[in-house]
Write a new protein. Structure first.
Length: 331
């Protein structure tokens, strides 16, 4: 049983036990995440522009699972027509009508700023359109942290929860950006019950060389952790992907490291590398993907049109656990 499984069992009052044989059942960790939310009040969530069947159904299903209280924002006629076609009952939910997707994103952000929503969920609009409203300097949801995205990966072939950052938001992050990216991911997994995650800073090789700037960033991030500029985790890097997740590969390279072979968090050099890695795991290794944006005032549930129901529910569960963890620590 990995640390997140243990945390789930503890938070759920020990109601469900996981056997070793179940560790490699696809999707079991997402069920664990949902189980961890039992007893927590659902978060009021601004669902931005849910005008297609997938996004609207995802919001309704997350509400039925007790994860969110959706506030549907977008063109009312289109939302109601979508609900009619999908056979969804919207009568339990608040619906705020806007003219178009840009206005929906702005209204969703405004609800958060007014204290009327605890999270934002992406509907059927482009990520950059939603994020423009989120990052607006005067009217957005910025904090002192740079915003970043984390994929929570459930892959049957890896014996623990796996997180990849940043594969969706920061295109070519600087060293300072990566400091926030790493800390955001660490804070997230703390909320999910992993008290001291092992963070692998990825590159193509394990040695530091000026010809590969990602190795320099990796070395600097590890030293920043030594100096307390990054806290709450064990960092090592640069590490190649195989040495980060395979004890056998790490042993063959002669790596002596508390992270090599057993990483919880993988920090990629840039968005292109991270996006390809995440999608390879999904399409070639049978992984499930849940995603969330961190570093804003509230969690931002950033789903994809290709996401399955369980992945959408897991993303909402992560947002709920993160929001309640933050409020508990703030009190």
């Amino acid at each position: 049983m990995d640390q997140m499984d243990k945390a789930a069992s503890t938070q759920a009052g020990g109601r469900v036990a996981l056997t070793e044989a179940q560790l490699h059942v696809k999707g079991h960790r997402y069920h664990r995440l949902i189980e961890m939310t039992r007893g927590l009040s659902a978060i009021r969530t601004a669902v931005v522009h849910p005008v297609d069947t997938v996004s609207l159904t995802g919001a309704v299903e997350a509400a039925a699972a007790g994860l969110i209280v959706p506030v549907l924002i977008g063109p009312e006629a289109r939302i109601r027509q979508t609900a009619l076609q999908a056979g969804l009952d919207l009568s339990p939910f608040e619906l705020l009508s806007t003219e178009h997707s840009e206005a929906a994103a702005q209204l969703g952000v405004a609800l958060v700023r007014a204290g009327k929503a605890e999270a934002i969920m992406k509907g059927s609009l482009h990520t950059d359109e939603l994020m423009r409203a989120v990052v607006a300097r005067e009217s957005g949801l910025r904090t002192s942290r740079r915003m970043s995205h984390v994929f929570a990966i459930d892959t049957p072939l890896y014996p623990r929860a796996l997180f990849i950052t940043d594969a969706a938001l920061n295109i070519s992050p600087s060293l300072e950006d990566k400091q926030d990216i790493v800390q955001n991911a660490i804070d997230l997994v703390h909320a999910l019950g992993i008290p001291e995650p092992r963070v692998a800073i990825l590159s193509a090789v394990e040695t530091v060389t000026s010809s590969l700037p990602s190795t320099l960033h990796a070395a600097a991030l590890c030293k920043m952790a030594d100096r307390g500029q990054i806290t709450g985790a064990i960092l090592d890097g640069p590490l190649a992907f195989d040495n980060a997740v395979s004890p056998e590969a790490a042993a063959l390279k002669g790596l002596v490291s508390p992270v090599a072979g057993v990483a919880d968090i993988l920090v990629v050099p840039d968005l292109v590398a991270g996006n390809m890695l995440a999608k390879q795991l999904e399409y070639l290794a049978g992984a499930e993907m849940a995603g969330i944006v961190l570093g804003a005032r509230v969690p931002i549930i950033l789903t994809s049109r290709a996401d399955k129901t369980l992945s959408r529910l897991a993303s909402c569960a992560i947002a709920l656990l993160l929001a309640r963890h933050k409020s508990k620590n703030a009190s």
